[in-house]
Design a protein around this ligand. Structure first.
Ligand code: GTP
Ligand code: MG
Length: 251
């Protein structure tokens, strides 16, 4: 595994949420075990990062068949370079880049994985803790598009995603600079709609088309899910005398 890392605070939507759940929060409502119901404020790490001015570290992972351009997308975004003779990745590599999205400072840790089947056992241990998964195919390679569902399943399984319906996936159709396409924009959009209403972006690592937009969209998706979680948690009220929770449970 190769990588370049900066500091930051890590959350992981794929793993267990680090916030204490209402059931884990003990003690009485008046602080002496007295009773009544208590409103428990659970602050998510992204809120802490926002309040302290610390950059939030988000882990995004690029998955897709070998040769679709995952490494090229990461390298274009982080180093603004493109190699027309890139080697296949073996295992995983990661690079960090700081960015600001909608007023939030984020350190994006981009994990680039080996798409070739023979490297499966080298890549899957790194799925855990990912905040977003970029499912990537090449618009000039139909098979890579048809394999998107397998990549999605592999990620959900090895990352141990508890709630796949709410996990932020983003789909990228790369190499749109190529004249001969095997997958249309409409087909790709239809797949995204049917499989979880994922955002779909067409990119070219070669021409630097939509590359920054794609990674920014990944951040937006993560922040949107976290905001939803925070909203739900902050709305929860616990009756400490009752075995059941009162308040809304929208997550
Ligand atoms: N025309 C064109 N070629 C691209 C683009 N992105 C990547 N390539 C080329 O496609 C080939 C494969 O790119 P990689 O970035 O190595 O693909 P990968 O998905 O990382 O492949 P693995 O590491 O094997 O999983 C290289 O020759 C790249 O130069 C693109 O947007 N347009
Ligand atoms: Mg690669």
């Amino acid at each position: 595994m190769r990588g370049s890392e900066q500091g930051g605070e890590h959350t992981g939507l794929a793993g267990a949420c680090p916030c204490p759940s209402p059931a884990q929060v003990g003690g009485g409502g008046d602080g002496r075990g007295g009773g009544g119901s208590a409103v428990v404020l659970l602050v998510h790490p992204s809120c802490v990062a926002a309040m302290t001015g610390k950059s939030l570290l988000l882990k995004v992972i690029l998955l897709g068949d070998g040769g679709v351009g995952k490494s090229s997308l990461m390298n274009r975004y982080v180093t603004n370079k493109f190699d027309s003779q890139a080697f296949h990745t073996i295992g995983v590599e990661f690079l960090n880049r700081d960015l600001e999205v909608d007023g939030r400072f984020v350190t994006l840790q981009i994990w680039d994985t080996a798409g070739q089947e023979r490297f499966k056992s080298l890549r899957t241990p790194f799925y855990r803790g990912a905040d977003c998964c970029l499912l990537t195919f090449s618009v000039d390679d139909r098979q890579s598009f048809e394999n998107l569902g397998n990549w999605q399943k592999e990620f959900v399984y090895y990352a141990d995603v508890k709630d796949p319906g709410h996990f932020p996936f983003v789909v990228l159709g790369n190499k749109i600079d190529k004249l001969e396409r095997q997958v249309t924009t409409e087909e790709a959009q239809a797949w995204c709609l049917e499989n979880g209403n994922y955002p779909y972006l067409e990119t070219s690592a070669k021409d630097d088309t939509n590359v920054a937009v794609a990674f920014e969209e990944a951040v937006r998706q993560v922040l949107a899910v976290e905001e939803q979680l925070e909203h739900c948690m902050l709305g929860n009220t616990i009756d400490l005398h009752s075995s059941s929770k009162s308040g809304s449970s929208c997550c």
